[in-house]
Design a protein around this ligand. Structure first.
Ligand code: B12
Length: 296
């Protein structure tokens, strides 16, 4: 019988590659798998439990936090494992990333958006999420900006690229299903800030770490952001500022911080994010550090 509880913890450790300590911790702290018990109190796992633990192990190895994924149903874990398998040990993904970037840039130059989407989706399949953002998405956006500024790409290229990135980041974010029992985060850009791709990047990272993300998009007045935080009882507010002047960033972020309750952690990023001296808002640019802050 497939679902008969028959494996003891030591055997499950061998079958999954997880230590018995990790198995017990994932059970106690996160209720990731709840094995049956023998009369003497020993743990007994089914084949389904072992399959689930293997999926969780794969996802944790590819950069997900156990707290964020422990309670997801198997079907969601399978989707995520298909989208972010552990990087192959024979071919470190970083080696291919410059080539992927070049091919995406060529596709954008030719306005071949489907090709760009396919290249990017395939890269997302084989790259750890933060590395994917840092090594592929962000450098492509910077290059498009520079080439738009020096005239070697047109506004149409920049819009095509932004549309591809927006769709991709949004669907990656939605790979992590939201769940009412999770802590809530609101993500937005302040008023007059139309650049939303940084906000989408951190929204995706927050979802990956198990936050229930309300993504509001770009250009929101302070009172609307504060309203959304209040209405959803969010514990975290993520803001992104790319083009506002430093002064405007300080003013907008100060207005937001004033209207959002003290209990809410506010993290801002983006190339032009700036806050007043002594502000309670933390500014962070590095997505890897931000990712660690977002894990819980
Ligand atoms: C795409 C794009 C647009 C699109 C945006 C579409 C969209 N849906 O987002 C559109 C067409 C709207 C646009 C408009 C404009 N743009 Co524009 N745009 C860009 C471009 C190419 C990419 C922007 C982007 O997403 N960058 C990537 C972001 C995410 O990088 P980042 O801010 O450095 O953030 C990094 C980290 O800080 C972190 N991060 C970001 N947010 C957060 C948040 C948190 C919480 C954390 C922890 C981390 C974090 O992640 C990033 C990883 O590297 C940039 C080029 C560039 N170098 O960025 C130009 C750029 C930003 N744009 C520019 C300009 C001039 C404009 C316009 C004024 C053009 C015009 N004349 O109309 C308008 C202004 C619109 C407005 N009112 O805001 C200039 C800004 C110059 C400046 N002020 O310094 C740039 C730099 C282009 C250039 N080289 O000249 N743009």
């Amino acid at each position: 019988m497939a679902d008969e509880a028959k494996y003891r913890v030591g055997m499950v450790a061998k079958m999954t590659g997880l230590s018995t300590h990790t198995l017990r911790m994932w059970e106690k702290r996160y209720a990731a798998v709840l094995p049956q018990r023998t009369e003497a109190g020993g743990r007994l796992y089914t084949d389904a439990d072992v399959g689930r633990l293997r999926l969780l192990h794969t996802l944790v190895d590819s950069g997900h936090s156990i707290g964020g994924i422990a309670k997801l149903p198997d079907v969601d874990l399978r989707h995520m494992a298909a989208a972010f398998p552990a990087p192959s040990s024979q071919q470190p993904p970083s080696k291919h990333l410059p080539e992927v970037r070049e091919r995406v840039m060529t596709a954008i130059e030719r306005l071949r958006v489907e090709e760009a989407e396919q290249l990017l989706s395939r890269a997302a399949l084989s790259t750890e999420p933060v590395e994917f953002l840092k090594m592929i998405v962000a450098p492509i956006l910077v290059e498009v900006g520079e080439r738009w500024e020096n005239g070697s790409l047109r506004i149409a290229h920049e819009h095509a690229c932004s549309t591809v990135m927006r769709g991709l980041l949004f669907s990656l974010m939605r790979l992590y299903p939201s769940n009412d029992s999770r802590r809530r985060a609101v993500v937005a850009t302040p008023a007059k800030e139309d650049h939303e791709l940084g906000a989408l990047m951190v929204a995706m990272l927050a979802a990956m770490h198990g936050w229930n993300v309300l993504y509001l998009g770009p250009n929101l007045p302070a009172e609307e952001i504060a309203y959304a935080v209040d209405a959803t009882e969010a514990e975290l507010l993520l803001l992104s500022v790319t083009n506002l002047s430093k002064k405007a960033s300080q003013t907008e972020i100060a207005a937001i911080a004033e209207q959002v309750p003290e209990r809410v952690k506010i993290l801002a990023g983006g190339r032009n994010a700036a806050v007043d001296a002594g502000s309670r808002v933390e500014v962070q640019q590095d997505l890897e550090v931000a990712s660690a802050t977002l894990s819980w």
